[in-house]
Write a protein that binds this ligand. Sequence first.
Ligand code: MG
Length: 384
Amino acid sequence: MKIETIETTIFRHTTNTVRDSDGHGHPGPQSETQSALLRIICDDGTTGQVICAAAQVQEDLLDRFIRPNLVGRDPLRGEALWYAIYKWQRLGGGRLTDRLLCAVDLALWDLKGKAAGLPVWKLLGGYREKILAYGSTMCGDDLEGGLATPEDYARFADWMVNTRGYKAVKLHGWMPPVPGAPDVRMDYKACAAVREAVGPDIPLMLDPHHFYSRTETLWLAEKLAGLDFAWMEEPMEEASMSSYKWLTANTRLNILGPETMTGKHWTRAEWVRHDACDIVRSGVEDVGGITPAMKCAMMAESFHMNCEIHGTGAGNLAVALAIPNTSFYERGLLHPFIDYDKPREFQNRIDDEMDADGYVHGRDVPGLGQDLDMAYIEGNRVNA
Ligand code: MG
């Protein structure tokens, strides 16, 4: 089996999420956006595919970095293919992103699963058939009835736990340009209100503004420890590993990281080596795919540490189901105005359906398990 064609279908669909001036998503009026279906097709017809952002898989990027490294090669040699592409990052002028590397790696894993007739989460190890999700909120906003006040967060957390069945909740706090943000005291008030609403037994986490100072961060961490929070993630610029080493040494709260810091499994190993985190963070889009995310998880496991998987979607779900040392799947982002459980126009089913007990199950189908409406995607194609 040899890789013959790498192609994308760029297609139109609607979204009800808008980006603020700092790039955070909030509910907004329905508008049109575009996504891509990346497909890697072999000479025998076996095809791996994944949905990704259209900007990540532009034709000139595929021509320069991906097709020369994949076409004509055996798709089952994933490690060799990942390294062949990864090494181009060094002189790629920043254009070969970890997200492009991730999209290609996910499509290759989908292909491998289809060739083997196995779901990817089982190919990777298949530690569990289902995993508890935590409900991960959108960032705070100033929308009436949205996530504008501590009481709003409390009401929404109560719905998540007592109506929808989540067994754990993570808040994203208020961030600029929301008026008054950032403010560790506002963050704390929201966290305290949520703890009050859901009671003592629901694990809670916070992902606040990412540019606090050491002293602001330490104040917040100690307050969250008092509320029995499970962890806090990325409260400071992650390039300063020393600051995280200082924080981890000075607070009782578990600190999770790094999330957005570049450097893949190598960076995560340095953080562990320097005691800069209590829990390792890795998401397929942050590290360049399932292939390096599994290395992060196994590295963490070897130090008796958990590796909590960042972000949603079929790739992250496959890793979370595959490994022993993680506690939750991140499900979101959630907001009172958005029906997360409703499939998008290009999906027959969402990637991460959750049952009434708060579990997301691995699908027993070959590949990544994305259930797509191919007729919709073809019918709304915008590229040639
Ligand atoms: Mg985060």
